[in-house]
Design a protein around this ligand. Structure first.
Ligand code: SF4
Ligand code: SF4
Length: 313
């Protein structure tokens, strides 16, 4: 990663900005009003598409690969750079800025070439959302949830952004609907919850390298994840509903949503309705653990006897 990229500002994705001085110190609700308009005639047009860090969600990657009609691995190699997500050790990707001008590879003087499929972070700007409270209340399945009334919004105001000087008035709700943020929030929420879970567990809770690799694979490359489901021993290990199996065979969005459930279950032990390990696999595992324990006892007894013999000599 270049120094410029390291210095890049992080667009608001998780409801936080890396530069708090740009955040208006005011909690907004869905009904709060803001004056803002971004269009090709503003003097700063596309200024916000450079010197930034845009973290991609799995849904962003899915939409962009469809748009560009390339497979995920090609997209990852061409357009992204590795990053850690929201100050955790969870691996993810951000858009790789162009070497020559440190701008997003999708920007041209005429604007964003992938506008209708632009990432979540680009849609939020300039309205951030504070959500996914760490240690929040739990739903019936033990998942952390943030009731609507506990969400709030805030405005990011940067000097270079002239959109705030325009006359168009919106409520936060209208702005979000116009930017297609609600759909993205729906698609991203279980994935964001995984990262928040990791954050609230802290680094002292061990997450193996294998688990992190699985998280990365499922979050960035659905082709690989599908192969993992259908070409490994996965279906010998888990009992899954036949209809679900049929759905995730061909439907990428369903597969992505399933991957979030699988990660919650396998990485954090979350209870996910309909996802159960086959009884015989549990028994096999128990037998393996018991065998290891028996071996350890035999070995400890042997050590004890050896030491005793040495002492008695
Ligand atoms: S994806 Fe589009 S809107 Fe987002 S930074 Fe790139 S050019 Fe700008
Ligand atoms: S008005 Fe703001 S959001 Fe629009 S191009 Fe300018 S800097 Fe970017």
């Amino acid at each position: 990663m270049s120094q410029n990229e390291l210095n890049a500002k992080e667009k608001v994705l998780f409801g936080k900005s890396t530069n708090p001085s740009n955040i208006e110190p005011l909690k907004l609700t869905m009904d709060s009003q803001l004056k803002f308009r971004c269009h090709p005639e503003v003097s700063c047009f596309t200024a916000c598409c450079g010197n930034i860090k845009i973290v991609l969600t799995p849904y962003d990657i899915l939409m962009l690969t469809r748009r560009l009609q390339i497979p995920p691995h090609e997209f990852l190699h061409t357009y992204t750079t590795p990053t850690y997500l929201e100050k955790t050790d969870m691996p993810g990707v951000a858009i790789k800025l162009r070497e020559e001008d440190n701008k997003c590879p999708f920007v041209t003087p005429e604007g964003c070439t992938v506008y209708t499929d632009r990432p979540t972070a680009c849609r939020y700007y300039p309205v951030g959302m504070a959500d996914f409270r760490e240690g929040g209340s739990k739903d019936a399945d033990g998942n952390e949830v943030t009731p609507d009334e506990e969400k709030f919004f805030f405005l990011v105001k940067e000097d270079h952004c002239k959109g705030h000087e325009e006359d168009k008035l919106w409520t936060v709700g209208e702005w979000r609907a116009d930017q297609g943020v609600d759909v993205r929030d729906d698609m991203n929420k279980k994935w964001l919850r995984l990262i928040m879970r990791r954050k609230s567990f802290g680094h002292q809770a061990n997450l193996s390298e294998q688990a992190k690799r699985m998280f990365f694979m499922a979050s960035t490359d659905l082709n690989h994840f599908r192969r993992f489901i259908f070409e490994s021993s996965f279906l010998d290990t888990y009992v899954l509903d036949e209809k679900l199996i049929e759905k995730i065979k061909d439907d990428d969005v369903e597969l992505m949503l399933f991957s979030f459930d699988y990660l919650a279950h396998s990485l954090f032990g979350a209870h996910v309705p309909g996802m159960n390990i086959k009884e015989e696999k549990i028994q096999e595992k128990v037998a393996q653990i018991k065998q290891r324990q028996d071996d350890a006892v035999v070995s400890a007894v042997q050590d004890y006897e050896d030491l005793k013999k040495q002492r008695d000599k």
